[in-house]
Design a protein around this ligand. Structure first.
Ligand code: PMP
Length: 283
């Protein structure tokens, strides 16, 4: 069952208005939330980010945090998600439908849509890591907003795939920003480096969890800009996202990162993350 604009509908029965601005302009916002063992993971952080994205695009949400939480819980129930299940919840809010003009029509009513999908954890990949390709960051200058406008992300991911890699590492004028749908961390001499949470990257929830875990466990982390030369001599690289978790990157442009295997700091953070997920599922 999907939730579309106030109604529960069966798969395949959802309809989009031709002039829905999400559809015409990518004018809307979204969140992808992890469900571990039938439980919403980091739900409050996702809600906070959703409300921030809404504010930043001048979209007044007619739903309270409590109503959205109720909706998420109902979605899990209606889709028979149990404590056996790992899944993702997709929630999007478009600005709504109105005759097609660029500026924001007055009186427009936002359209909400949400569904869940089974999603196993990437356990094998977490051990092996992914390959990466450096790609120019061609996205817009408000990457901190989780907008439906994802064509830049689509293209940079495809450029990496076309080059034979599994994901892209993006750079803007030689400064490393993030990956196509994940944040990037470099490890040098046992310390972490990641781009500051400004307008050039999405403020990833997994990124923040990693920074918190690092702090709590005596791993020094720097939220600072670094360039391609720094990236290329890093001891380890990994990306972070809701679905890819803490994914080692073992090569960039065909050149091995470190010895070409996931490194010890990445492995340690993965172990800390594993424990953290376990603990948060218990509460
Ligand atoms: N950066 C970008 C561009 C993303 O799309 C995402 C989300 N997939 C992330 C980073 C990671 O964010 P999170 O950890 O909240 O999933």
């Amino acid at each position: 069952m999907l939730y579309v604009d106030g109604k529960w509908v069966e798969e395949g029965q959802a309809a989009v208005q031709p002039e829905d601005r999400g559809y015409n302009f990518g004018d809307g916002i979204y969140e992808v939330v992890r469900i571990y063992k039938g439980r919403l993971y980091q739900w409050d952080a996702h809600l906070t980010r959703l409300f921030r994205s809404a504010r930043e695009i001048k979209l007044a949400l007619p739903w309270s945090a409590e109503e959205l939480t109720q909706l998420a819980k109902e979605l899990l129930l209606k889709n028979n998600i149990t404590e056996q299940d790992d899944a993702t919840l997709y929630l999007q809010i478009s600005r709504g439908a109105a005759p097609r003009i660029h500026d924001i029509p007055s009186g427009i009513k936002p359209v909400i849509m949400a569904f869940v999908r089974p999603k196993a954890r990437p356990v094998e990949d977490l051990k092996k890591g992914w390959t990466a390709q450096l790609v120019e960051d061609i996205r817009w200058l408000r990457c901190d907003i989780k907008t439906l406008n994802l064509l830049g992300a689509v293209l940079v991911k495809q450029y990496a795939k076309d080059a034979g890699a599994q994901d892209s590492i993006l750079h803007r004028n030689g400064i490393i920003t993030e990956c196509s749908s994940a944040n990037l961390f470099a490890v040098k001499n046992g310390e972490l480096y990641t781009h500051p949470a400004d307008h050039l990257i999405l403020h990833g929830i997994t990124r923040q969890v990693v920074l918190d875990l690092a702090k709590a466990n005596g791993i020094v982390a720097h939220e600072t800009v670094f360039d391609i030369a720094f990236l290329k001599q890093a001891d380890e690289l990994f990306l972070t996202s809701t679905t890819a978790e803490i994914m080692p990157l073992v090569s960039v442009d065909g050149e091995a990162v470190g010895n070409g295997q996931p490194g010890p700091v990445t492995a340690r953070l993965q172990a800390l993350f594993e424990q953290h997920i376990h603990d948060s599922v218990l509460v």
